[in-house]
Design a protein. Structure first.
Length: 422
RNA sequence: GGUGGCGUGUCUGAGCGGCCAAAAGAGCACGCCUCGAAAGCGUGUGUUGGGGAAACUCAACCGUGGGUUCAAAUCCCACCGCCACCGCCA
């Protein structure tokens, strides 16, 4: 949610931001109109209420006929107050609903445009030249079978399309990736967290996923709760309705959880393998910090993501995601894309977003700084999304015979240097 | 799932129809005292929203949502959460 005062004072900026995202700028005017109506309703209600309070006080002191007259007057006033209160809460609800439709204001640095208009920031590492090495690289599905690591057929049999089993070294590889990610995070001072993956509506809405992203979320109607698509949700909501001590900021967490995604609208996209699946595990980094430090924190998280990919010895590039491709909560987002040899292209493996105060305002998370309270900024970033990292590792580190070399950083966690054929 | 108890400010905890934003204590901040500290004394110390240039002022908030009443932290109903015991399961 955007600060209503900010919208009042900078309507053009917010309109421009909406346009940049390819979203409707008219919402800004609807919010402003609803805000004016809301304030009028408040004034009306409060004047009546003050009058009623005054009258009610005089009733206690009054006696006899005077008292009876006051009671009559009170009844009339009471009805008026009730009506005005109903109008007020209706106006507030309306204004709130409109405000929820607005996405976060774009960072002025964020490139404007659609998915293809990202800004390429850097390339790290060089893709292997399989032609020079004299063999055709196998894709992760084939490698996964040869190594006894990935079983998508049984995943489909038991759960449906886009489900999979990790078996043998595949399962071990997940544990190694998670252990490496968590131990790196702890070394960097993050607090490791295993959050709930089933959350209630306020947590989901506050994090900003019930807008355009709602279609992609599993909902358990019977119990009125949602399966999270990322541990960003329970981590953000961890401090919901709290006032944090500004001295203790930044607060940094690393959450390990399963993620559930319906992948609605992704029909026909990445149907092979485990690039796009309904259920996977991920280690997510999350920061609560002072708004003025959010930009620096964003760079810090990006650096941790790069460190991870470098440790996995994977060639990758970093992009500054374009405005039209940002989530509703993000003011700016950087993606790290790993080189996938059999696709001949870079694919997103990690991503970090600066949500400024947008989520904190929805989730009511503030900091106390001396006498003042104000909203904190929130940021999130992927430490490791397991399936995509497995794809990148298998494909980039494969040998001609289908065996796969284990990156040095993972060897201590796996007690092996190579994945052998089964 | 059943029964009983409880949900009040940063915390503990009183209040159980109007005089209650809410006692008291703790904590915190400032001041006095002191060479300095502790103790002691004094003062202050919630959030949100409206109006106002400001001083300030008005309103709302005692788990959440309804209701009764001129008036609700206080009475009634529903829901949520916590605790205890029982049952069930691991």
């Amino acid at each position: 949610m955007i600060d209503i005062k900010f919208i009042r004072e900078n309507p053009d900026l917010v309109r421009a931001s909406q346009k940049g995202r390819g979203e409707d700028p008219i919402i800004v005017d609807q919010v402003l109109a609803a805000d004016t109506a809301r304030r009028d309703a408040i004034v009306e209600f409060e004047a009546l209420r003050a009058q009623q309070n005054l009258l009610s006080k005089s009733v206690g002191a009054a006696k006899g006929n005077e008292r009876l007259a006051l009671l009559e007057e009170g009844k009339v006033l009471s009805a008026q107050v009730k009506a005005a209160d109903a109008r007020r809460s209706e106006a507030e609800k309306r204004m709130h609903q409109f405000a929820l439709l607005l996405s976060n204001v774009l960072d002025p640095e964020a490139p404007i445009g659609g998915e293809a208009d990202f800004l390429l920031l850097e390339h790290v590492g060089t893709p292997r030249d399989f032609v020079a090495e004299g063999f055709e690289p196998k894709d992760h599905v084939e490698l996964g079978k040869l190594l006894g690591a990935i079983d998508t057929e049984r995943g489909a049999k038991v759960s449906g399309a886009r489900f999979f089993y990790l078996t043998g070294v595949g399962a071990l590889l997940e544990f190694a990736l998670v252990n490496y990610a968590i131990s790196s995070a702890v070394k960097a001072g993050l607090i490791p967290v295993i959050p709930p993956v089933l959350v209630n509506p306020p947590a989901m809405e506050g994090t900003g996923f019930l807008g355009q992203a709602a279609e992609d979320i599993y909902r358990l109607e019977k119990d009125d709760c949602y399966l999270v698509g990322t541990s960003e949700v329970p981590l953000a909501a961890f401090h919901m309705d709290e006032i944090l001590d500004a001295e203790k900021l930044p607060l940094r967490y690393a959450g390990y959880s399963t993620c559930f995604r319906r992948e609605a609208g992704a029909y026909g996209k990445d149907t092979r393998g485990i690039i796009r699946v309904h259920q996977f595990d991920k280690v997510e980094m999350f920061t609560f910090c002072r708004p003025e430090n959010a930009g620096v924190e964003h760079q810090r998280i990006l650096q941790w993501e790069k460190d991870f990919l470098n440790a996995m010895e994977i060639p990758f590039r970093v992009i500054d995601v374009a405005s039209g491709d940002l989530g509703a909560s993000a003011a700016r987002k950087f993606d790290c894309e790993a080189w996938i040899p059999t696709q001949g292209t870079y694919r997103e493996v990690t991503s970090t977003s600066n949500c400024t105060e947008f989520q904190a305002r929805r989730l009511n998370i503030r900091m106390r700084d001396g006498k003042n309270t104000s909203h904190v900024a929130t940021l999130n970033g992927t430490a490791v999304a397991v399936p995509r990292m497995i794809v990148a590792i298998l494909e980039n580190h494969q040998n001609a015979d289908g065996t796969v070399n284990v990156p040095k950083a993972l060897q201590p966690f796996l007690s092996m240097t190579r994945f052998e054929l089964v």
